[in-house]
Design a protein around this ligand. Structure first.
Ligand code: PXG
Length: 288
């Protein structure tokens, strides 16, 4: 495996960053999780735009242009002979002093890993996930905007640990107002009376690339779609529910907090969206 690290391609065993890197010391940095399907990188420009916005929000000057990031990402896939992969693009604040001051870090660290991804087991795409609401709340935007895809994932990790304690693979996280924000690593959608609904970024949702693809697919499928405030009750009483993410793609959720959602089986609109998504990723993207 060849890893892109600060402009060079190095072997997996040589892909090392310093213990003084602030990405490690403080989670100070930003990242993207991207997918390669059949030799095309799905919505690479959208991912790179979000990376730029995340970097801007944490006042990190990116060391590469959009075109340079794009080329480095494609070349990482080519170097590894991959046609289908999960790509992790990371920019940290870089090496600095032990104090948290980011201005002690002159040069950001950039690395890109392209590897195989393990999705949820196929049976869950067939039968749907049973998920739970976890006690840990999604972090308040006034403390750290959840729209920033930063290396600080402790909030989500705590949610993920709690989900596992309840025997679930994914969890609903509420915001500090008690409204549904998103899952630990996925956005959430429900279908209610023929309409697709999802929490807005102002409720604590990441502006997911898969999420924005769902808005495009809904138009194509003639299904009305809008952002709205959402409670646990709205999901319990929804006709259908599904989760979206670059890793998970589109996965049905059929149970929340012990309540069956709709019929307790993946619903017809979820299945249409899932099928349309799987078609779309094969025809849209940046050829590597
Ligand atoms: N919310 C959060 C908190 C995320 O981390 C999403 C929503 C979905 O966004 P995208 O742009 O992917 O549609 C994410 C993305 C992993 C993994 O390693 C996690 C994500 C993406 C890819 C892989 O578990 N999270």
């Amino acid at each position: 495996m060849k890893i892109y690290l600060d402009g060079k391609f190095v072997d997996r065993n040589d892909a090392k960053v310093s213990v003084f890197d602030h990405g490690l010391l403080y989670g100070d940095g930003v990242f993207e999780g991207i997918r390669l399907y059949g030799g095309n990188i799905f919505r690479l420009e959208e991912h790179l735009e979000r990376l730029e916005y995340s970097a801007k929000a944490i006042m990190l000057q990116l060391p590469l242009t959009r075109a340079q990031f794009s080329e480095a990402t494609c070349e990482t896939c080519r170097q590894n002979g991959l046609t289908d992969a999960y790509i992790r693009l990371v920019v940290t604040r870089g090496v600095g002093d032990l104090g948290l001051a980011p201005w002690s870090c002159p040069t950001p660290t950039v690395f890109i890993i392209a590897s195989k991804i393990s999705l949820y087991p196929a049976e869950h795409y067939e039968n749907g996930l049973a998920i739970v609401t976890v006690p840990t709340r999604r972090i308040n935007a006034a403390a750290l905007p959840p729209t920033i895809k930063s290396l600080n994932y402790m909030n989500n990790i705590l949610g993920k640990i709690e989900a596992r304690q309840f025997g679930a693979l994914e969890a609903i996280m509420l915001n500090d107002q008690g409204y549904v924000a998103e899952c630990t690593a996925d956005n959430v959608f429900i279908v209610h009376k023929g309409e697709l609904l999802t929490p807005g970024a102002s409720q604590g949702a990441l502006k997911g690339v898969t999420r924005s693809t769902i808005f495009d697919l809904a138009k194509e499928l003639n299904v009305p779609i809008r952002e709205t405030n959402m409670t646990r009750y709205d999901i319990w009483c929804a006709d259908e529910c599904f989760l979206t993410g670059s890793g998970a793609e589109v996965i049905p959720a059929v149970k929340l907090d012990g309540r069956e959602i709709g019929t307790g089986r993946p619903g017809p609109i979820t299945q249409r969206v899932l099928a349309a998504f799987r078609k779309r990723v094969l025809v849209e993207g940046t050829r590597i």
